[in-house]
Structure formats: structure tokens, C-alpha cells
Design a protein. Structure first.
Length: 304
């Protein structure tokens, strides 16, 4: 039994964080389909999902099962709140873009974030950027360039909206990575969603609010599944992966968005879009394989 557990633990160390990040990215890529079916403003959707997600995580934290996950050192509160503020800015502008621009274009534009993370990770986190990471990032960016054009983003105003959202997203990931050095992922995700809710719910209440039963159900799904559960899994994986690697794996999100938009919203991709998606998948696959190989090698070395 001990041997079996050891093998399972090695498998998780080798592939778990990369696979978990890829799974979350794929799930997040389908969020645009849910958003398109909610008849509320962008800030109401973002604030509502954050409030539901924060409530779900707080209930878990206060339960006996969540007691050991409450660790968040006093010195990390400012960085945790900062990551929440940046996440709020990202979600608001991201949802606003989803309501105006095709899902695939928005997601591919947002994923300028990994480029920003690569540029800043060495200075903010002290991470070493490898040649393989740079090559994978280059493939992913080449794929994004094939798809992300101003005429597809509603003009330069749309480009600016998407660019701001990408910058806020990159900042949130970098701040989260610093906090996760000493904090429990559950505590950090609860603080982040709580900050988003505190910032956006009051703003959303200033707008006319007419909510239908279907909208409430979709907000609940966004809050519990796409926000609370997915954010928690993502942070747990981010804790074990370099920020650059995590950012590259998140390029799977726009691929998922393209496929879900095509299948469920009749947003037909062009030939360039398909080529771009294939390049992004290749980049994500290359970096996932590299992480799995590196962790396996490390595991064997530790067992000697």
C-alpha cells in the first residue's frame, strides 16, 4: 500500500500541477458561453460570481475541514488584497469585452498576459526563464498574432480594453505567486474573491437590476464552479509551477473558447484562427511535457 501511495504521489508531482492548470484553462475557456446567456451588465456578472464564490470558500474555511487551510501571514495581506484588486479589474474588463467582441478574439487578446509574466517574473519572483519556455511562448504568441487583429476586436478601443484586462491578469498572477510562497491556496482564493466582491458588488447595485431565474442559476455556476473551485485548483497548481510555465499553459483557455464559441454560439473560426489554435496547443503540450519530465527526473533523484 505504501508503494502504491508513493507511485501515486510521484505521478501527481510529475504531471498533476501542469495537468490541473490545463484542465482549469479549458474550463475557463467555456465561461464566455455562460456569460453570453446572462442578461446582466458586465459588472453585475463579475460582482455576482465573485460574491457567490467568496461565500462558498468562506463556508469551507469556517468548517472543521478548512481549519488547516486558513494560513495567511500578516505580511502577505497587502499582496493578497492587491491580487484581488487586480483580479477585479481583470474580471470587469474581461466580461465587458466578452459582451462586445467574439469570445475567441477576447481570450486570445487576454493572453498577452503570459508575455508580460515572462518579462516580469525574473525581476519580481527571481524565476529563471529557460530557452524552452521562451520557445513555447514564441509559438503561443505566433498563434495569437494570427487571430488577434484590431478589426476583429471592435477597433482600437477594443484592443485597449483587452490589453488592460491582460495587464491586470498578469499582475494578479504575479502577486498570487508571491503570496503562495507562505500562504494556503484556499485562504488566498477566499481573500481574492472577497476583495472582488467588495469592489464590484456596490458598483453593480448602482445599475438597474432585473434578474431572472435562469440568470441566477448561471451566476451560481460561474461563482461556485468557474470562480471558487477553479480558482482554488489553479492556485494550488500555481504554487507548484513557475509563473511563466503556468501562464503558457493558460494559453489553452483561448483554444477552448474558440471551440466552445464555434460549437455553441456559431462563431465560425477562420483558417488563420485554426492555425493559431494549433500553434497554441503545440506550445502548451511542449511545456506540459517538459514539466512532467523535469518532475519525474527530480523524483527519481530524490529516491536514490
Amino acid at each position: 500500500m505504501t508503494l502504491v501511495r508513493g507511485v501515486e504521489a510521484l505521478r501527481w508531482r510529475s504531471a498533476g500541477p501542469a495537468a490541473g492548470t490545463a484542465a482549469v484553462a479549458t474550463l475557463w475557456g467555456t465561461s464566455g458561453v455562460v456569460v453570453r446567456h446572462i442578461d446582466l451588465s458586465a459588472v453585475q456578472i463579475a460582482g455576482g460570481r465573485a460574491a457567490v464564490g467568496a461565500l462558498a470558500l468562506t463556508v469551507w474555511l469556517l468548517s472543521p475541514a478548512g481549519r488547516r487551510h486558513r494560513r495567511l501571514q500578516a505580511g502577505r495581506w497587502s499582496a493578497s488584497i492587491t491580487s484581488g484588486v487586480l483580479l477585479a479589474a481583470h474580471w470587469w474588463t474581461f466580461t465587458l469585452a466578452l459582451q462586445r467582441i467574439s469570445i475567441g478574439t477576447v481570450l486570445l487578446g487576454i493572453y498577452l498576459a503570459p508575455l508580460m509574466i515572462t518579462a516580469l517574473a525574473r525581476h519580481t519572483l527571481g524565476e529563471t526563464v529557460t530557452g524552452r519556455q521562451v520557445a513555447a511562448l514564441g509559438l503561443a504568441m505566433a498563434g495569437a498574432v494570427l487571430i488577434f487583429q484590431p478589426d476583429q476586436a471592435g477597433g482600437w478601443g477594443g484592443v485597449a480594453l483587452i490589453g488592460f484586462s491582460a495587464a491586470a491578469y498578469a499582475g494578479s498572477i504575479l502577486a498570487s505567486k508571491r503570496v503562495l510562497l507562505t500562504a494556503a491556496p484556499l485562504a488566498l482564493s477566499a481573500v481574492q474573491l472577497g476583495v472582488v466582491a467588495v469592489l464590484l458588488v456596490p458598483v453593480s447595485m448602482a445599475e438597474p437590476l432585473v434578474v431572472h431565474g435562469g440568470d441566477l442559476a448561471r451566476i451560481a455556476v460561474l461563482g461556485v464552479v468557474y470562480s471558487a473551485a477553479a480558482q482554488l485548483i489553479y492556485l494550488r497548481c500555481l504554487r507548484k509551477l513557475p509563473a511563466v510555465t503556468s501562464g503558457i499553459l493558460l494559453y489553452l483557455e483561448p483554444v477552448s473558447a474558440l471551440i466552445s464559441g464555434w460549437l455553441l454560439l456559431s462563431e465560425t473560426p477562420t483558417a488563420a484562427t485554426v492555425c493559431g489554435a494549433l500553434l497554441i496547443l503545440l506550445a502548451g503540450g511542449a511545456i506540459s511535457y517538459r514539466e512532467a519530465t523535469a518532475h519525474r527526473t527530480s523524483g527519481r533523484a530524490n529516491n536514490r
